[in-house]
Design a protein around this ligand. Sequence first.
Ligand code: ADP
Ligand code: MG
Length: 242
Amino acid sequence: MLEIKNLAFSADDGREIVTDISFNVERGQIVAITGPNGGGKSTVAKLIAGIYDSNRGQIFIDGEDITDKDITSRAQMGVGYAFQRPVTFKGFTVRDMLIMAAGRELSSDELKEILGTVGLCMYDYIDREINANLSGGEQKRIEIATVLARKTKYNVFDEPEAGIDIWSFQKLISVFENLRRKKEVGQIIISHQRGILDIADKIVVISGGKVVREGKPEEILPTLFDSDDYKNCPVGKRCSDE
Ligand code: ADP
Ligand code: MG
């Protein structure tokens, strides 16, 4: 289990953007995190990956406290974080990217399996350069493939829907479901997409740096957009003007 306990984080200007976040994810589970923009979701993802250091709170992997571990040790201990944007430089191919992510040579069979899982045919993609000629959906799938190549125990995906058409996104959802079926990986997926929220084992709603609701989709979804806790600012006003 990955356990997040009372995490807090202040930005450089002293503003506390994450004030109190607790939730767990087990291997074989999908936990969807949702909530309004600016609520602190991406900051939580970065705190889990070790990109930011928390001010308070703890993170445990399978009972071991990793709060003081850096990004590299966390990655070695099995935390996977999907790059927001894949690294791109000239001549760097999909194969190079996957081998770099895995940290070792990968056989053709392994490459076929990893790319197949994200719905890409190995022979079409393996020698493609990672650059702007790949569509948003292709880039996203390659990004997810790199996380799979690393065989991590807990993965964090920050808005995997970004830049993907709805048809490709449906296929991505089945990637997450197939991964869940293997029961080896716990997945935290930050998303606003109904398709993700519907398949989640648990939805955690984050707003104002706090968990405002947590529960099964059937409990959370019917009233998700009703609550005052996460209403958006009216256009042209600040919330404090209200
Ligand atoms: P979400 O992903 O839920 O949209 P974020 O976690 O990206 O929210 O951001 C939460 C708030 O913290 C936003 O107001 C954002 O502008 C601010 N923020 C995020 N990172 C930093 C940072 N490194 N320094 C200062 N403010 C930040
Ligand atoms: Mg975000």
